[in-house]
Write a protein that binds this ligand. Structure first.
Ligand SMILES: NC(=O)C[C@H](N)C(=O)O
Length: 312
């Protein structure tokens, strides 16, 4: 099994070494699995349980002080499962897999996704809000009223929390965001795996900090946060609204379809994303037909995106 994982694109992390160790562990866990689908689920489960990443425990908080998780999974036979807006669900990717495996649907949301998780044995009621995230939220004078008050509150705050998803380094031309405040150590996670024939891709997240309660980004949207065909798979991270606008993962896999290698496909998809949106993102790509280092590619236009590749 060959597996590539990412720990999110955004600001440069304060503690890259311990984060890299967790990513390496996640990739190794995936490489041991029996199928590509088992591989991506087990790899991402390691990252969802680690508060250094913005998925599961340590996920981004929404405007009402609640962490809601989202995930999507797809396999090369074009079977899809996605689940979103789940408070208290650490392993969102496992719920996405349940949607794929156990329902005739491709996407289940909110309280019904949480009920589905509980009935199929995925833990619910987990404490996803860390003390650090709660303190940061409470320091922002949280809104009390309805969505209009929340929108006013988040106008200057959305995406400015620990995740800083999609933030690009300031290159002096005014298109980037000047690095300020605390560097990111929390970000979306994803994995792509192949056994040389079958492929699976998954992405899991807590979304973006200080988004409107109920906001759902690119991550559980097929073609945006994740995509997979016989040509290969991709998992994206970064500014979710912009990723959805250009269906970044579909774009990367489309370049594999057109005959590009994994690295070229990732590079081209990010170049196109930047050209179309001026925003920041990253993507990992896996090509089941390639061998060795050529099989995996990754690209980002943010300050950082850590990845790990393992092969069993
Ligand atoms: N950190 C991230 O990658 C955030 C994710 N793409 C979202 O917008 O929900």
């Amino acid at each position: 099994m060959r597996v590539i994982v990412h720990g999110g694109a955004g600001g440069a992390p304060d503690d890259p070494e311990p984060r890299q160790a967790v990513l390496d562990e996640a990739a190794a866990r995936g490489a041991d699995a029996a199928t590509p689908l088992d591989a991506v689920e087990s790899a991402v489960a390691v990252l969802e349980s680690d508060p250094r990443f913005n998925a599961g425990v340590g996920g981004a908080v929404q405007s009402d002080g609640v962490v809601r998780t989202d995930a999507g999974v797809m396999t090369s036979d074009r079977e899809i499962g996605a689940a979103c807006s789940m408070p208290g669900v650490e392993h969102a990717a496992s719920v996405a897999r349940i949607v794929r495996d156990e329902t005739p649907h491709v996407f289940v949301s909110g309280e019904h996704a949480v009920k589905l998780a509980a009935e199929f044995g995925v833990e619910t009621g987990a404490a996803l809000l860390t003390d650090e995230t709660r303190e940061r939220y409470e320091a922002e004078d949280p809104p009390r009223g309805g969505p209009r008050e929340h929108l006013d509150w988040l106008a200057s705050r959305f995406g400015s929390g620990d995740d800083r998803a999609g933030e690009r380094p300031d290159d002096g031309d005014g298109t980037g965001v000047e690095a300020s405040g605390r560097a990111s150590d929390h970000d979306t996670v994803g994995a792509v795996a192949t056994d040389g024939e079958r492929v699976a891709a998954v992405t899991s997240t807590g979304g973006r900090s200080f988004a409107l309660a109920g906001r759902v980004g690119d991550v559980p949207q097929v073609g945006s946060g994740f995509f997979c065909t016989e040509a290969g798979g991709a998992s994206a991270t970064g500014a979710g609204e912009d990723i959805a606008r250009v269906t970044l993962s579909r774009r990367a896999v489309g370049h594999l379809d057109d005959g590009l290698g994994a690295q070229e496909a990732a590079d081209r998809a990010i170049a196109e994303f930047e050209g179309l949106t001026g925003s920041g993102a990253g993507v990992i790509v896996l090509d089941p037909t390639a061998a060795g280092a050529d099989a995996a590619g990754s690209a980002f236009n943010t300050e950082g995106m850590q990845t790990s590749v393992a092969h069993e």
